[in-house]
Write a protein that binds this ligand. Structure first.
Ligand code: NOJ
Length: 535
């Protein structure tokens, strides 16, 4: 069955652009919207199936925040929801980006930061100005504890108390992240009206959807609740729980999205599938269309990084299949701007590059919406950022460095001095695009095959097995040949029998993979850490 047109995101592949680091067009060393426009053909030139095309072939881009911001959290501290930060350009540049992307068939998702604003946002400036200001209740204020300290022991995600004393009015405000990111009060109707109207502003301009930042945080679990009762068990911070009440907050957002056919909401939540499920709601009260499933990174901000291991992957897929509502899809990210890159996370034995190639075939074969982090298509690893050049309060600079387009001094990213050091000369998009054995070419080939194979885009998923470090998963759409993905996560050669419909190799991460179909079963020989697609 084809997905309805407005559900374009089923079967799509998203690419995350970190705007500061993608392409600078004006030489200030910081990426911008005009820069992104100049690189759109790299992502999708509008005809990525043409034999001459050298495009990656993604369907949509998600832009990390581009709104005016003091940049304490590099854009996740918004001081105006309806404009563009001058570092990135203007609203006209944004319109031009949207038009240029749409011309090529690329949809555009923006990052909508719901939970908090910048402390420089006029709403917060008003709120902090006096206890009786009409905007006071737009944020979350509490009296000090009897000893003058914070109202409770709640911790911010980035460490330290989640409460900041504001001497002007003698009360504490809540900040789930940095003190410069005060939490909005989503119980306040004025907040809901202002945020939904900002959302409508962008949807009217033509954006195709939003990534919703830190969604579970919208429900506060304050140890000192509105009723004055002190109860530390009410604090769910960092536990990976999603309070069912979050669906109440998603209702007005979903209602606005529904005014714009095809507009999609992709929620960010570090939580296991049984908790993520709540974000989708149900037919009566739908929530988001998609949520990130971070089981291949880490389930919550406090749990260990996920291993690259067939058993773990199988359990993650089973958990997702068991708990997500029927028909719901998750978005699978293997890297993003908050965590070490996949190639660094799995390089303890120096064999990260092989795992990266295998992971391409897994990520692009799973039932769900893959989200590729810029530079992952080149197999980038975390950059070495010297102490003196570090900028991010939460230590994420190494995964946010400029895109290495070529081997020139600014790596083709900038003619100026890059805001973070560009990765040392080594790999680049220019070199990899011309090398049929590169990670870029593997991604491009995988995306091309994915477009041609209905089973990969919209097939059901069946876990065939996960033994001795080898994962075998089948995707099958009713009216199309099934596709099998086999991934050897072990460092030994493995020989596995795969479903007998699998008669030929579609794509491999390693040239030494062989398939023997002379016997009753198809027998696959997988070198260490190798993966392939079969049909
Ligand atoms: C999640 C974002 O991905 C991260 O970069 C940011 O620091 C926090 N939310 C706060 O907005």
């Amino acid at each position: 069955m084809q997905a309805p047109q407005h559900e374009w995101w089923r079967g799509a592949v998203i690419y995350q652009v970190y705007p500061r680091s993608f392409q600078d067009s004006d030489g200030d060393g910081i990426g911008d919207l005009r820069g992104i426009i100049s690189r759109l053909d790299y992502l999708n030139d509008g005809d990525p199936d043409a034999p001459s095309s050298r495009s990656l072939g993604v369907d949509a881009i998600w832009l990390s925040p581009i709104f005016p911001s003091p940049m304490r959290d590099f854009g996740y501290d918004v001081s105006d929801y309806c404009d563009i930060d001058p570092t990135f350009g203007t609203l006209q540049d944004f319109d031009a980006l949207l038009a240029a992307a749409h011309e090529r068939g690329i949809r555009v998702l923006i990052d909508f930061v719901l939970n908090h604003t910048s402390d420089q946002h006029p709403w917060f400036q008003a709120s902090r100005s006096s206890r009786s200001d009409p905007r006071r209740d737009w944020y979350i204020w509490r009296a000090p504890a009897p000893d003058g300290g914070p109202p409770d022991a709640m911790q911010a995600v980035f460490g330290g108390s989640a409460w900041q004393l504001d001497p002007a009015t003698g009360e504490y405000y809540l900040h789930s992240f940095l003190p410069e990111q005060p939490d909005l009060n989503w119980q306040n109707a004025g907040v809901v009206a202002a945020m939904t109207s900002a959302l409508r502003f962008w949807l009217r301009r033509g954006v195709d959807g939003v990534r919703l930042d830190a969604v579970p945080k919208l429900v506060k679990h304050l140890a000192v609740a509105d009723d004055g009762v002190v109860d530390a068990s009410r604090s769910l911070a960092g536990t990976g729980r999603v309070d069912p009440a979050v669906l109440d907050h998603l209702q007005p957002i979903r209602a606005v999205l529904d005014e714009f056919p095809g507009a999609v909401a992709l929620a960010e939540a570090f939580a296991p599938p049984q908790e993520l499920a709540r974000l989708y709601g149900d037919d009566r009260r739908p929530g988001v269309h998609l949520a990130f499933d971070f089981q291949f990174i880490r389930v919550t901000s406090k749990t260990p990084l996920a291993p690259w291991d067939a058993r773990h992957i199988a359990e993650a897929l089973e958990a997702s299949a068991e708990h997500l509502p029927a028909g719901a899809l998750a978005s699978y990210a293997f890297s993003n701007h908050d965590v070490p890159r996949f190639g660094s996370r799995h390089d303890h034995d120096g064999r990260g590059a092989a795992r990266v190639r295998a992971a391409v075939l897994l990520q692009l074969a799973l039932r769900g919406v893959p989200c590729i982090y810029y530079g992952d298509e080149l197999g980038l690893v975390d950059a070495a950022v010297p102490e003196s050049a570090r900028l991010d309060a939460a230590g994420r600079d190494a995964v946010r460095t400029p895109m290495p387009w070529d081997d020139s001094s600014g790596r083709g990213f900038t003619s100026g001095t890059p805001w973070l050091p560009a990765p040392e000369a080594g790999t680049s998009a220019a070199v990899q695009r011309d090398d049929p054995r590169s990670t870029f070419s593997l991604y491009r080939d995988a995306l091309r095959i994915r477009r041609a194979q209905p089973s990969l885009r919209r097939g059901l998923q069946h876990l065939v097995g996960a033994r001795d470090g080898v994962l075998v998963v089948q995707r099958a759409a009713e009216d199309a040949p099934a596709v099998v993905v086999a991934v050897n996560t072990s460092t030994e050669v493995r020989v596995v029998d795969v479903p007998s419909e699998a008669r030929r190799i579609l794509l491999t991460s390693d040239p030494d993979i062989t398939l023997d179909i002379s016997g009753e079963a198809s027998r696959l020989v997988l070198p260490p850490l190798a993966a392939c697609w079969l049909a």
